[in-house]
Design a protein around this ligand. Structure first.
Ligand code: SF4
Length: 302
């Protein structure tokens, strides 16, 4: 029996589903029941009424959101150390400090935050709906974090004043993309459409033909008549883009754009996680209750 057969057997036996983020290794994406972005995966987790176990192959904050939204299910993170550095950049103390300074300004937090931070915000957002969420808030100024580049994208699209929290939160992987590399690629692929994730720098956003989340990129490519795409987001998305669009060409805007945290999850670790039912992700109910409210407010918008 291969490892994949074993995983499938355990999945059936334990009534488990495997959810994998778009940045996961190809072999994990291929074995997953659903591949998507962070919030697509959480929504999917809520829809899996029959499942008892959710193996969330991604990083800490995403598995936490699934646990917050599915208190009756066991949520497993295959690798305990798979943590998102951006989510670690925002502390509860920082939010409390800013709330004292701006008591009337709502706090909008990107889902790339820990549950304890979400518990102190008014509403969550994803990179796909950040503009819509900020527009839905009834003030001209919002506290927004932790990603500084996404904050800038939101500011440009909404015209609202953004108070970033922390001052310069960022994703180390998305900072690797540089306009010079894209310009060089454009010499070889002059007709390629440039797709940029909003966690990339403003300079990258400025040269983009399309700015969007991973799922928005997938939808955009399917609808587009273009034949070639330069992609500025974590390299894991390339597997899905190529698989779903065999006739089109995809070029990663920087070939070493790898999130080492996402890549900690391997097929072997996923197997062990499912077999031994570890590492269980739990969020204390008082925190989960508040974080759930912030996530549900976001879901109510659509
Ligand atoms: S790609 Fe960036 S934001 Fe996403 S998990 Fe990795 S470090 Fe965090």
């Amino acid at each position: 029996m291969t490892l994949i057969d074993e995983i499938n057997r355990l999945k059936k036996e334990k009534n488990a589903v495997i959810l994998a983020h778009n940045y996961q290794r190809p072999e994990i994406q291929d074995i997953a029941d659903y591949v998507g972005d962070s919030i697509g995966l959480s929504r999917r987790a809520m829809e899996e009424k029959e499942a008892k176990i959710i193996v969330f192959s991604a990083v800490d904050f995403m598995a936490e959101s699934a646990a917050v939204l599915n208190p009756d299910k066991k949520v497993l993170l295959p690798t305990l150390g798979a943590r998102c550095p951006m989510a670690q950049m925002l502390t509860v103390d920082e939010i409390k400090r800013l709330k004292v300074h701006y008591p009337l300004v709502p706090v909008v937090l990107y889902v790339n935050t820990l549950a304890e931070a979400k518990a102190y915000c008014d509403i969550c957002c994803t990179s796909a709906n950040a503009v819509e969420v900020v527009n839905s808030v009834n003030t001209e100024t919002v506290i927004f974090g932790p990603d500084h580049n996404l904050a800038e994208h939101v500011h440009r699209k909404t015209g609202k004043t953004i108070i970033p929290i922390p001052e310069r939160g960022f994703c180390p992987t998305h900072l690797l993309f540089q306009p010079e590399d894209v310009q060089a690629l454009k010499m070889t692929y002059p007709d390629a459409v440039v797709m940029v994730h909003p966690e990339c720098t403003v300079e990258m956003q400025n040269i983009a033909d399309f700015i969007g989340s991973t799922s928005q990129m997938c939808r955009y490519v399917k609808k587009s008549d273009a034949k070639a795409f330069i992609v500025a987001t974590e390299e894991g998305i390339m597997h899905r883009l190529k698989k779903e669009n065999p006739g089109k060409q995809f070029i990663l805007a920087y070939e070493d754009a790898v999130c080492p945290n996402m890549k900690l999850n391997t097929l072997e670790r996923l197997y062990t996680s499912l077999k031994e039912e570890k590492h269980v992700v739990t969020v204390p109910e008082p925190v989960a209750k508040k974080a759930r409210k912030a996530l549900e407010r976001m879901f109510e918008l659509k």
